[in-house]
Ligand binder design. Sequence first.
Ligand code: ZN
Length: 116
Amino acid sequence: MSLFGEKPACPVCGSPAGGLLAVKIKGGVALCKECSYKVRMDKSMLSLQSVDEIKKHLSYREDNLRKFNSFTPSSEIKTSYSHVFKVDKSQKLWYSSIKADVIAIQTNKKTSSARW
Ligand SMILES: [Zn+2]
């Protein structure tokens, strides 16, 4: 990466890559801003991923998003205030969510809160 010159191409999509906050994968190869945003992986795992593995990961996430967008719940189970389990019987899919915001934990008669 050069400070003022042309940025290298993202090995995934070919857009300009690099920058101070760029996600780096195996071999210190930097991704572009958009691919960096799409990757959802622990930093410790990123440094072990090849370009092909990142492409497979992003393809999986895009496929999963298409399934999520066509998901039509036929039944729903609320296991707690913050946890919902949904089933789409026609497509044989399931979905589970946990609100990542403040949850209430009741201890004895006092109520305290915590973050995940
Ligand atoms: Zn890219």
